[in-house]
Design a protein around this ligand. Sequence first.
Ligand SMILES: NC(=O)c1ccc[n+]([C@@H]2O[C@H](COP(=O)([O-])OP(=O)(O)OC[C@H]3O[C@@H](n4cnc5c(N)ncnc54)[C@H](OP(=O)(O)O)[C@@H]3O)[C@@H](O)[C@H]2O)c1
Length: 332
Amino acid sequence: MLFLAAAFIVAFVLLLYMVSPLISPKPLKLPGAHVVVTGGSSGIGKCIAIECYKQGAFITLIARDENKLLQTKKEIEKYSVNDKQVVLCISVDVSKDYEQVENVLKQAQEKLGPVDMLVNCAGTSVTGKFEDIEVNCFERLMAVNYLGSVYPSRAVIATMKERRMGRIVFVSSQAGQLGLFGYTAYSPTKFALRGLAEALQMEVKPYNIYVTVAYPPDTDTPGFAEESKTKPLETKLISETSSVCQAEQVARVIVKDAIQGNFNSSVGSDGYMLSILTSGMSPVTSITEGLQQVVCMGIFRIVGLFYLGSFDSIVRRCMMQREKSESADKTE
Ligand SMILES: NC(=O)c1ccc[n+]([C@@H]2O[C@H](COP(=O)([O-])OP(=O)(O)OC[C@H]3O[C@@H](n4cnc5c(N)ncnc54)[C@H](OP(=O)(O)O)[C@@H]3O)[C@@H](O)[C@H]2O)c1
């Protein structure tokens, strides 16, 4: 029995090595490449644009607020590595009208050439208890976070397929890997990106196009500061169980993974564990990644169950405290 198990493991590892040349993409060369970043005027998107610009890319920034875009353009230009580099700004809402998004991306491609890498980073968040969130917030978040990634990707995919090259990045969230208290409107929009990414990757892989889904942890950005103002106590306490990352660090990891063509992009030890735990039937881009998933899945599930238990107890404690103070108020 032991011999059979050992033989199975050896055969599995050999098989993985045999298929390795088929699964490892060639890294994308950023110098001279055209990188489009939606949500590029702030937070993680801005840092991704800076990181790509520092590596010699031409940048198109997409967001709604023109002033913020121009300010960011000036900031990015400080990092130029050659005098030919350009930062183009486009003001458009990525979630409203597909034809408008398609048109502006056409114009960007006429100016800076076909898109080599598209980073879908525009996004927003609302937290609160399910019954307290306005119904239109569910619709708005799905429009911005999900459709706002579908539209730009749909607008560039035909050219990428013709050129048989390209990278598409979807910026999801750790809340797109597990559902947490307070995120009933946000989490589903980020889970949806994973489904889109898996299906799209299978379609475009033969065209040498690689899709990356990034799962950032809590990251210090203007968006995060805004979200924190209205977070329920439970969500705050659960979030505090891990630290807040810097946007520059998150951006560096996302850019590196996108260049390599890695499907999963995570930051830190919690991010690593979550990515292994939720790997399911997602594509792998290296043998080591596949092996790590096979070996670590079981043990990480045990650790994950402890986390879930502690989150449940936070929620229960908050509920009991709330009920206690409500009944004290009534008796007064
Ligand atoms: N910060 C975190 O803790 C965290 C964690 C996990 C995942 N994420 C995800 O990472 C992404 C960036 O987050 P962030 O914290 O860096 O956010 P941020 O600082 O608020 O920046 C959001 C960017 O998206 C743009 N944007 C928003 N709605 C848009 C729309 N409808 N059309 C075009 N552009 C739009 C914003 O510019 P305008 O407002 O001018 O349009 C801005 O440039 C989001 O998808 C977020 O869900 C963030």
